[in-house]
Design a protein around this ligand. Sequence first.
Ligand SMILES: [Zn+2]
Length: 448
Amino acid sequence: MSNWLISGGTILTSDDAGTIIENGYVLGVENKIVAVGSGQPETSDVDRVIDATGMLVCPGFINAHTHLCMILGRSLGSDRTLLHWLSETQIPLMQAFEPEDYAISMELGAIENLKAGNTTICEIFFTPHYSDGVDEISVNSLDRTGIRSIFFRCTNDENFYEDFIETRADIMRRSEHLICHCQTSRTRIGVGPLVPWSSSPKAFEDAIQISQNKNVLIHLHTSETPEYNDLVRQRTGKSNVEMLADVGALGNQVMLNHCVHLSDSDIELIAETGSHVIHDPTSNMILASGVAPIPKLRAKNINIGLACDGPACNNNQDMIQTMKDAALLQKVVTRQPDILVAKDVFRMATRGGAKAIGMGDSLGAIQPGFLADLILIDTQVPHLTPLHDPIATLVYSARGSDVHTVMVDGKIVMQNRQILTVDEKEILAKARERARKAWKQAQNRKKF
Ligand SMILES: [Zn+2]
């Protein structure tokens, strides 16, 4: 059994009381935190000491919705709305991918997330190449980087780009294969129809059946834009959330992403069923989608996690920027500076995300018994000086590139900004080459 000690930093525990400990320590054994306190622990017998002097020590952030499968499309189709951005650039690019593009996308995306302090990600994966086994390739690639992830195998069985459609039988068979053969303690599998207008009611029921039988989460894009809601209403005569309630796709195993355009009765349904909401403020601004009613959701005690959304619609994976955007967006539309404050968004990025992925009792806080997913943020830089209020400084002044060291599951995966698990330089070089090739093929195939 190896034990380790992080010593000397300011610890933002994100525990229930929101405790902050100056000159504190975190003691761990293997992948678990065993003690947290101020000064030094009673035991001096440790295998490894990490000096956190001048650092903030935080739980790693949980980026609760991303699409690393689209990372090679970063910056393509900027300044368009969601459906135009998808159809004019991102879908043609994805159609041009080859199986090896997925491995490099996952590795690049995981590195970007780790370097920004995101120790857990929810990958909302979709592809026209499921028959080539790219889901399994992608899960293995993510796991190799050392990040904690939930890989949602998202699907379409009708009314979407033809090559992205699978039969219900294939969806069931391939999803069960992935769940049974590819999960590790750090890399879990989830399922979900990709968007509400591209799956039949039966496909939603299949997803619920898989979720219940195999005890996996469901992740659903929900009420992202008015046009999107119109598509659902044209097909079903109902709002997106009402349609989900009808097919039984709400509950505490369900993550509803975006939830920008909701009626009061939609919000009631989400609250009653204990479904989780994931908020992506930066993506909502970039795609001009709108402003999610976060204060209304909070008033109903709905659990909310935060997410960057994909690197192609953010266009980065910086959860610190996402926290700031979440707070600022609500302040500017309500003109109330205290409507969503720094400690609220910090909590959403840690505890809210953990609860949404069913790990509220083991992840997202620095407290004994919790998993050791921790980040150290170097505050000895001009833009973080002075440090009167550590959480306000983190949320409003810091950026992902201030993250110095990252521990996932008790293992150091980045130290002094050097990734230790995979070869960053090689991955970046390959990603540049693969992205160039795929985009060239997409342009040759289709003029737009
Ligand atoms: Zn998404």
